[in-house]
Design a binder for this molecule. Structure first.
Ligand code: SAH
Length: 335
């Protein structure tokens, strides 16, 4: 627009850090520039169409994304999670779990989002907009962590996710340290390497199986990126010393929860700096899987721990409002 470059930083700070809702508020811009901006641009905001409250304090936000600029309308969900799953950790955490795609194309057999198929990729504004809405809903309590563990496969929407990460961590943006952001992936190996080379975020890899035939069956993406190559990519990551990779493992009764699975997992992860997050399966209609009994989950955890692998159990949150891992399907509850 023929303006000096520092104007861009001023405008970005108004849009993100100060969360302006009109151009008129941007008091360090000239009246003429404000009028030109208002004539040519809109300050679009993402507002939840519906907020569901769980008995355990978890809140699920449903957003309707309008069709525009050649993309179709879609619905997505985010989840606000006051964290109590680390009883050893006194600090209060408030985690926002956000979506990177509407639906998902990865086809994991145990996940409700997969049943939607991929509707479309989210634009950076739609990813950041969830954070902005989450901040507003949580206020005055501040968010402490952001996890890309909602709908979609973040690394299948790499460019927009990376742009969103830049906005979330920028001083003129949301000033959220990348150390407080976790990107979870089914394991698109080349993009995993790229993410770690290009950003400082934490990595979580959804493994959920210990042999290729078993993983092919549960997570069809394994046919493209089999275990050996995925784990090799993880071994070769330029990870800072203090960092560990989180491996998520959804426990499915009789499928992947035997002692032999735990022992194979130990061998697979040998030599990697990791922690394992065991996720009890969260049911959804027509899933065709059952959660492992508690005793089995504890036994699986004990085997990992006995071999020096830090393993925690991710206690299910928000199941009563279909907000738990693998339950997001962007359906408005029947009134
Ligand atoms: N696509 C990315 C981001 C989603 S994270 C990924 O898969 O990592 C969602 C997490 O929930 C993943 O670890 C996934 O394996 C897990 N999950 C999916 N369905 C689940 C279910 N029904 N119960 C428990 N966890 C589930």
């Amino acid at each position: 627009m023929g303006e000096p470059p520092y104007r861009a930083a001023q405008i970005l700070a108004w849009v993100h850090r100060k969360r302006a809702v009109t151009f008129e508020e941007m008091s360090n811009l000239s009246r003429a520039l404000r009028a030109r901006l208002a004539a040519d641009f809109v300050l679009a905001r993402l507002e939840p169409a519906f907020v569901a409250d769980s008995a355990d304090g978890t809140r699920k936000l449903l957003f309707h994304l309008p069709a525009e600029r050649g993309v179709r309308a879609a619905a997505i969900e985010s989840v606000l999670i006051p964290q109590v799953d680390r009883p050893d950790d006194a600090r209060d955490r408030l985690t926002l779990c956000i979506s990177s795609q509407a639906g998902c194309g990865m086809g994991c057999r145990f996940c409700a989002t997969a049943r939607m198929g991929l509707v479309r990729n989210l634009r950076p504004a739609e990813i950041v907009g969830q954070v902005r809405a989450g901040i507003a809903l949580a206020a005055p309590t501040a968010l402490t962590n952001i996890v890309f563990m909602g709908m979609g496969e973040p690394l299948a929407n790499y460019g927009p996710v990376k742009t969103a990460l830049e906005i979330l961590s920028a001083e003129w943006g949301y000033a959220i340290s990348p150390r407080r952001i976790t990107v979870s992936t089914v394991g698109l190996a080349p993009a995993v390497s790229r993410l770690i080379a290009e950003t400082g975020v934490n990595l979580a890899v959804s493994l959920s199986a210990t042999t290729d035939p078993q993983r092919d069956r549960l997570m069809p993406v394994n046919r493209r990126f089999p275990l050996a190559g995925l784990l090799r990519a993880c071994r070769e990551l330029p990870l800072p010393r203090r960092k560990r990779i989180t491996f998520e493992y959804v426990l499915l009764a009789g499928e992947n929860d035997a002692d032999a699975d735990a022992r194979r997992l130990v061998r697979l992860l040998h030599g990697l700096r990791v922690k394992v997050n065991l996720i009890p399966f969260n049911p959804f209609p027509g899933a065709g899987f059952a959660a492992s009994p508690r005793a089995r989950i504890l036994r699986f955890q004990a085997i990992l721990r006995a071999h020096g692998i830090g393993a925690t159990i991710r206690e299910s949150r928000g199941q009563d409002i279909q907000a738990a891992c693998g339950q997001l399907a962007a359906a408005r509850p029947a009134a």
